[in-house]
Design a protein around this ligand. Structure first.
Ligand code: RB5
Length: 145
């Protein structure tokens, strides 16, 4: 199951990406917002809880720029959120960082690109190997702070 959530700046893009991924066969859990005002830190926390609890495997967060969502999501233990705006970074944040949340900006990306990036994110597997050691180092920073 893939969680998707947005603030009020990104409802249209969230719905477009959700429908695109559903068409592609992904099971989507839509956490809103559907238009009502929503502070992005609240949505980031709600969506990340779906991942840390094991309900959802990965998440997609969309706000105006994607930046607020990524800052908030990365405060949560076990979350590796990546701001995605190009295909190379989106692919490599899965291959090397094992990112479990992708963040995008509805005011910075076109909807076609957002759908394509989401599909790349969800279909690229973590490479493991030497990259796992670096993920463990990130977890150690988390544990210390
Ligand atoms: C909301 O206006 C806007 O600040 C938010 O969507 C986002 O861009 C924050 O990073």
């Amino acid at each position: 199951m893939i969680a998707i959530g947005c603030d009020h700046a990104a409802v249209e893009m969230k719905n477009t990406v959700r429908d695109y991924l559903t068409e592609k066969g992904f099971e989507m859990k839509d956490l809103g917002t559907n238009g009502e005002p929503c502070d992005y830190p609240d949505m980031a926390e709600k969506l990340c809880a779906e991942i840390t609890s094991g309900n959802c495997e990965k998440g997609i967060l969309i706000c105006g720029t994607g930046i607020g969502m990524s800052i908030a999501a990365n405060k949560i233990k076990g979350i590796r959120a990546a701001l995605c705006a190009d295909s190379f970074s989106t692919k490599y944040t899965r291959l090397h960082n094992d990112a479990n949340v992708m963040c995008m900006g509805a005011r910075t990306l076109g909807q076609g690109l957002a759908c394509e990036l989401a599909e790349i994110f969800l279909t690229t597997e973590f490479e493991g190997g030497r990259h796992q050691r670096r993920i463990d180092l990130i977890s150690a920073i988390e544990a210390k702070n």
